[in-house]
Design a protein around this ligand. Structure first.
Ligand code: GLN
Length: 534
């Protein structure tokens, strides 16, 4: 039978609950345990697929094509668990399922209520994840902050879980903030006491407390927290700010968190292995030998979370190349105003990520032109590839005003357009080309040299595709179509023959990059950038 860990957050949001959950997964894996993780999101959207990045941050796409919370990205980067559509449940999904059943008449005349119908649905979803994954330990992160109205059904389901499954099979971890008040020169435990108090009112007594803090917690402070929160002192774990998120598993393990969890679950195991992680990820991330500056040309650059996986993938390829990747965030609308030279003259690589809508597009196109004409390494992702094709069509192939029909329905040269099947679609949610597709990588291309194999699987999230009508012309002018989705003959990877490094892809390689296994395209991009820097 699986064991379950529930992770809640208190005091404030953005404490890094996702990273803490992923790190707990990592330390359990390091003890030889098979884990999986799950995120429960309190919002009413069925999934984040239709949400603006300013509202939600990145939408993370799983192999099976679910549009999910970005925390699932942390789970996959830190652990070997493979995320599926089951690993993220929202209030919207839960109610949707219950209401559909009610309409079908499945409840046989009963009154449908939050308890037990909604909470049962939540618990069933958690058990489903356990059975599908065959994990020994399922880690469930509950979104939001304790005290919010909307996460109450999830917390109630978590409370019931221990009653259903048995005390020793369920464990509660609460992540809080222990602020340091500068003027008083003191660390304050009161917010944590209140937050644990609120949890207890709901019926959950946490077993472990993880305290985010900028200063170390003294023994005295830990004792105080222990006493007021009714938690063993050894289970008050300090989570001081770190330079690299990949250090966090080491921080937890250093305080014996793995032992506390295993003891509670009565799991005995002797495996103990975080050495490789320390050597190959953490040490390299903290002490890079080289440095390289990359321009990241997007439109949500003010927001830390909007391109989470892309930033992480750049960090991973820095680790692989023993270098720090300095990311210069450039707002593509600024390029529209002031031109690319101003922003790109001091960088060794240009990356254009995915996105939607016309705003900022011309700036991205100008940045790509600058990278192409000045032989600066370029990597384009999804919309980044579409922009690269528009740029090349306009400026190298003479197709004046070439465009994507996403931006100009009447474009004279619609080099990016909708497939027939997409034209019929009316519902916006969950109807893009989503999830993993096979891509055939052509021999003799740069992409093939990087991947070192002929068939690769990459994840998608887009509606528009390259219009094959223009393939011959673009090829004649020096663009190579190096990756194809064989089933529908769709273009997946393009590159330029006479360029140091110019690769753009219709998929999202960033979702498959790991700290100890950088994605080959990102790794090659950073290697090329380091070369021109030298
Ligand atoms: N807007 C483009 C499309 O729908 C690109 C999407 C993306 O970059 N994820 O095809």
């Amino acid at each position: 039978m699986a064991k379950y860990i529930f992770i809640t957050g208190g005091v404030i949001s953005s404490l890094g609950k996702g990273i803490a959950s992923a790190s707990i997964g990592k330390i359990l894996e390091s003890r030889g345990i098979k884990v999986t993780l799950m995120k429960l999101d309190p919002y009413i959207n069925v999934d984040p697929g239709t949400m603006n990045p300013y509202q939600h941050g990145e939408v993370y796409v799983t192999e099976d094509g679910a549009e999910t919370d970005l925390d699932l990205g942390h789970y996959e980067r830190f652990t070997n668990a493979e995320m599926t559509k089951f690993n993220n449940a929202t209030t919207g999904q839960v109610y949707n399922a219950v209401i559909s059943r009610e309409r079908r008449g499945d409840y046989l005349g009963k009154t449908i209520q939050v308890i037990p119908h909604i909470t049962n649905e939540i618990k069933d979803r958690i058990k489903k994840v356990a059975s599908v994954s065959l994990a020994q330990v399922v880690i469930i992160e509950i979104g939001g902050t304790v005290g919010d109205i909307e996460s109450l059904p999830f917390l109630e389901a978590a409370r019931q879980f221990r009653l259903d499954m048995g005390y020793e099979n369920v464990l509660y971890i609460h992540l809080t903030l222990v602020p340091y008040i500068k003027v008083a020169g003191e660390i304050k435990t009161k917010p944590t006491q209140h937050s644990v108090g609120t949890l207890r009112e709901i019926g959950i007594q946490p077993d472990v407390l993880i305290c985010r803090t900028e200063k170390s917690l003294s023994d005295e402070v830990k004792e105080k927290i222990s006493l007021f929160c009714n938690i063993k002192k050894e289970a008050v774990i300090e989570a001081k700010d770190v330079d690299s998120i990949y250090e966090i598993p080491l921080v937890f393990k250093g305080q014996g968190l793995d032992k506390i969890l295993l003891r509670h679950f009565k799991i005995t195991c002797n495996v103990f292995d975080l050495k490789e992680w320390k050597k190959n990820v953490v040490d390299r991330a903290l002490n890079p030998k080289h440095k390289v500056k990359i321009a990241f040309v997007g439109k949500y650059i003010g927001l830390q979370d909007a391109y989470k996986s892309v930033y992480e993938a750049l960090i991973h390829s820095g680790i692989a190349n023993d270098s720090k990747v300095e990311i210069k965030r450039v707002d593509s609308e600024e390029i529209e105003k002031f031109g690319p030279q101003e922003f790109l003259k001091d960088v060794s690589g240009v990356l254009v990520p995915g996105g939607f809508g016309y705003r900022g597009i011309e700036g991205k196109i100008a940045a790509i032109r600058y990278a192409r004409e000045n032989d600066i390494p370029f990597l384009g992702l999804c919309l980044g590839m579409q922009c690269a094709i528009i740029e090349f069509s306009r400026n190298a192939c003479g197709l004046k005003n070439a465009n994507s029909t996403e931006f100009n329905k009447k474009a004279p040269y619609p080099v990016i357009s909708l497939l027939e099947e997409q034209k019929k679609i009316k519902d916006m949610g969950g109807t893009m080309r989503l999830g993993s597709c096979v891509c055939k990588v052509k021999k003799g291309t740069k992409a093939r040299a990087l991947y070192k194999k002929g068939l690769v699987y990459e994840r998608h999230r887009h509606r528009y595709e390259f219009n094959n009508k223009y393939k011959k012309l673009l090829e004649k002018k020096g663009m190579a179509f190096s990756g194809i989705y064989p089933k529908n003959n769709l273009v997946e990877i393009v590159e330029l023959k006479n360029h140091t490094f110019f690769i753009a892809v219709q998929f999202h390689p960033e979702f498959k990059s790991k700290p100890d296994k950088a994605h080959p395209l990102f790794e090659g991009f950073i290697r090329a950038a380091l070369k021109i820097r030298n």
